[in-house]
Design a protein around this ligand. Structure first.
Ligand code: PLP
Length: 419
């Protein structure tokens, strides 16, 4: 499938092709050939290997892949070079992010590892990065386990930190876990010719398409919103075809491939991504509004671009909140149809040194809430009870009267849905 092919429905229209909207792409991209195949659901190809009767021809194809990172038409030879089901997910995600290509990996961390290895193998070992990042991304860069060296800066310090051997600038926006946002256009400008990688896991292409602001690489932990149901690990990098070729070569050499069943689930997840993100964002905006007016809460972080994540600091004991929730699951991760809450200083960002964590704004009182698709009043009732537990130091009875009163005073939800 050619991922550069013209993106249009208007086969009969005499006027210029009209680009499809995101909601349309979400349910059709990566499936364009299905009708011709006589199929409706995408096929799952579980092959690890493919017949190679003509060894001479295969030798030429493998040489071409080793040189260019592209296999010509025909079966993938071996599952580590590529997989047709995974390729459908890659095609669809590239369309949603507005890039030429996308390359999928076994997890978000495998995707980041591959990006770093591409730059390291070009002799560019220096990374400039802005905190906070997801805890393990911070750890991978800080530890330098792959041979990279990191300089941590504020967004305003990026241009001055770039050196001759800088191969990558990395930011998250909104960032995990504080939901801090950076001005992507200004950051991209500060990078000059150094590729900017934006971790777009929290925003998703529904709320933000970083390539439109000048990013060269867009990374997702597909485990989160793209999958959307808490049942698949995956990662993906959306980028230009030139960088994608390098990523495919690294994936072939290092083996962090996405399983075809995961590719199928992620493609299916994309089809409901716009609906899920918009619905959960509406609830998150409402919860953020109620938390901001609550005396048991000292600070609320909610991004300007919106989204389904809310972070807040409590006056009392944050551990009492995760111990008291009943509807919301106290668990790390995010982006599922059901709501999750966790204490970043204990879990998602535990691996970051305490001083670095606090300097990045990750307070010991901060809780990170991933809002799912439950009814917002049910979510508020659960949070309300858990906040009482944090304030009193012990679990208290459900305060239904309080919830009902708050709900009655609630104006209609308004939130910014992006495209
Ligand atoms: C979870 C997460 C990652 C890591 O992804 P995995 O799929 O868990 O490897 C990277 N970035 C962000 C922002 C995340 O939330």
């Amino acid at each position: 499938m050619d991922i550069n092919e013209d993106v249009t429905y208007s086969r009969t229209a005499p006027t210029a092709p009209r680009p499809r909207a995101l909601a349309t792409e979400a349910v059709h991209a990566g499936r364009d050939d299905l009708a011709a195949l006589g199929l409706h659901a995408p096929p799952i190809d579980l092959s690890t290997t493919y017949p190679s009767a003509d060894s001479r021809a295969e030798a030429a194809r493998i040489d071409a892949f080793a040189a260019d990172g592209v296999l010509d038409d025909g079966p993938p030879v071996y599952g580590r070079l590529g997989n047709p089901t995974v390729a459908r997910f890659e095609t669809a995600l590239a369309r949603l992010e507005g890039t030429d290509s996308a390359v999928a990996f076994a997890s978000g961390m495998a995707a980041l590892t591959a990006v770093l290895l591409v730059r390291l193998s070009a002799g560019l070992r220096h990374v400039v990065a802005v905190r906070p990042l997801y805890g393990c991304s911070d750890h991978l860069l800080t530890a330098g386990a792959l041979g990279s060296e990191v300089t941590w800066v504020d967004p305003a310090g990026i241009a001055d930190a770039v050196r001759a051997d800088t191969g990558l600038v990395m930011v998250e926006s909104p960032a995990n876990p504080t939901l801090a946002e950076v001005d992507l256009r200004a950051v991209a400008h500060a990078c000059g010719s150094v590729p900017l990688l934006v971790d777009n896991t929290f925003a998703t292409p529904v709320l933000q398409r970083p390539v439109e602001s000048g990013a060269r690489l867009v990374l997702h932990s597909a485990t989160k919103y793209l999958g959307g149901h808490g049942d698949v690990l995956g990662g993906v990098v959306a980028c230009d075809e030139m960088f994608a070729r390098e990523l495919r070569k690294v994936r072939f050499a290092t083996g962090g491939v996405l399983h075809p069943l995961a590719g199928y689930l992620l493609l299916r997840g994309l089809s409901t991504l716009p609906v899920r993100v918009r619905a959960a964002s509406a609830s998150a905006a409402e919860l953020a509004r109620r938390l901001a007016g609550d005396p048991r809460v000292t600070r609320v972080h909610y991004p300007r671009i919106g989204g389904a994540m809310v972070a807040f600091e409590v006056a009392g004991d944050p551990h009492a909140v995760t111990a008291a929730v009943e509807l919301v699951t106290p668990a790390v991760s995010l982006g599922s149809v059901d709501s999750l809450i966790q204490h970043p200083a204990s879990i998602s960002h535990r691996i970051v040194a305490a001083d670095d964590r606090r300097a990045a704004g990750v307070s010991d009182r901060l809780l990170r809430l991933s809002v799912g698709l439950e009814d917002v009043e049910d979510l508020w009732a659960d949070l309300d009870r858990a906040l009482d537990a944090s304030a009193s130091g012990r679990p208290s009875a459900v305060s239904g009267a309080r919830s009902a009163r708050t709900a009655a005073a609630t104006p209609p939800v308004s939130y910014r849905a992006g495209r």
